[in-house]
Design a protein around this ligand. Structure first.
Ligand code: OGA
Ligand code: NI
Length: 332
């Protein structure tokens, strides 16, 4: 990496000025691309009658590609414990965390990371993260999971079970919203081989947050992403030509439609463009779970959703091929 350092270490060195490699060009700076006021992302309570939930979710997925889920049945206590074990891990001494360093340029994605830049003009994001697979059991490598705090594994496995239940429910609701049978989307995403990946995002306080970005504008390449942040806001969505800030809503699941659902639905559901901004005083953290098909799964517009008047808008390819192209910025 150009900085050669973790963002957390840089932040705690007490910088007054943001180093040049984090300073965004004018048109990307949060100070020049402020979020609009008075617009809020959809909130969907799963305790409503099913037909209402199906309708609300289909509308939110089509218009926003994003919604906040409440009354999902994951206990606030479990979310609190998940956040606690992640926070404790990031508070460990730097050497202890470095033992988990990943190496994406050599295909080692799991572990502790800070995004690399491929060339010297590219700006660095103000973020460190921890990434590992949670499901299915055959793809889990516990050696990449934090051994400290000792409760990390137990708490994360419990959360994994709950997120799996909720993601299956969301895929059923989204299927019904396309007038497909309930298991249609899950079936197309590998069925019980569907993968869940945990990414703990850690955004330390930033000396000049108006010049930097936490994560750059992107869409998630997953099918869906289910995220819980701490109470420091920062997530923004692109909607109708503006950034919209997502307010903190305790215990809600911040649910993103990703590229694979956009493709399967032939564009009826939108993969949401989003970014995160950082904060001068507070550390922001978020726990993103990416729900994605196994690499060999062929993903393309579902045949039931295309015909002569509504031709496929996306090509069909394996998820591995899609991912390779996205990482290398090649056309899909
Ligand atoms: C991501 C992401 C946003 C956030 O990890 O893909 O978009 O709120 N995170 O941390
Ligand atoms: Ni994202």
């Amino acid at each position: 990496m150009v900085t050669g350092e973790r963002i957390q270490a840089l932040a705690f060195a007490g910088l007054k000025e943001l180093p040049a490699q984090f300073v965004r060009p004018d048109h990307e700076r949060p100070e020049n691309t402020k979020a609009v006021e008075g617009v809020t992302a959809p909130i969907i309570s799963l305790s409503q009658p099913r037909n209402v939930v199906v309708k609300e979710m289909a509308a939110a997925a089509s218009e926003w590609g994003f919604f906040l889920i409440t009354d999902h049945g994951i206990s606030p206590e479990l979310i609190r414990r998940l956040q606690e074990v992640g926070r404790v891990f990031f508070e460990l001494p730097i050497e202890e965390k470095e033992a988990y360093s990943n190496d994406p340029s050599h295909g080692k994605f799991e572990g502790y990371g800070t995004k690399m830049t491929k060339n010297h003009d590219e700006k660095v994001e103000w973020i460190d993260y921890f990434f590992h697979v949670m499901a299915p059991p055959s793809k889990v490598n516990y050696q990449f999971w934090p051994a400290n705090p000792p409760t990390y594994r137990e708490v994360t496995e419990e959360y994994n079970k709950e997120v799996l239940r909720v993601t299956e429910e969301v895929l059923e609701l989204l299927s019904e919203g396309l007038s497909l049978e309930r298991k249609a989307l899950k079936g197309s995403l590998g069925g019980d081989e569907i993968e869940l990946e945990m990414k703990i995002n850690m955004y330390p306080p930033c000396p000049q947050p108006e010049l930097a970005l936490g994560v750059e504008p992107h869409t998630d390449m997953s099918a869906i992403t289910v995220l819980v942040p701490n109470d420091v806001p920062g997530l923004q969505l692109w909607k109708d030509g503006h950034w919209v800030a997502v307010d903190y809503l305790p215990n809600a699941l911040f649910t993103h439609i990703g590229d694979q659902i956009e493709i399967l639905s032939n564009g009826k559901y939108k993969s949401v463009l989003h970014r995160s901004v950082v904060n001068k005083e507070s550390t922001r953290m978020s726990w993103a779970v990416f729900c994605a098909p196994p690499p060999e799964t062929m993903i393309g517009p579902l045949l039931d959703l295309v015909d002569k008047t509504n031709p496929p808008k996306f090509s069909t390819k394996t998820y591995a091929e899609f991912r390779y192209r996205k990482f290398n910025k090649l056309p899909q």
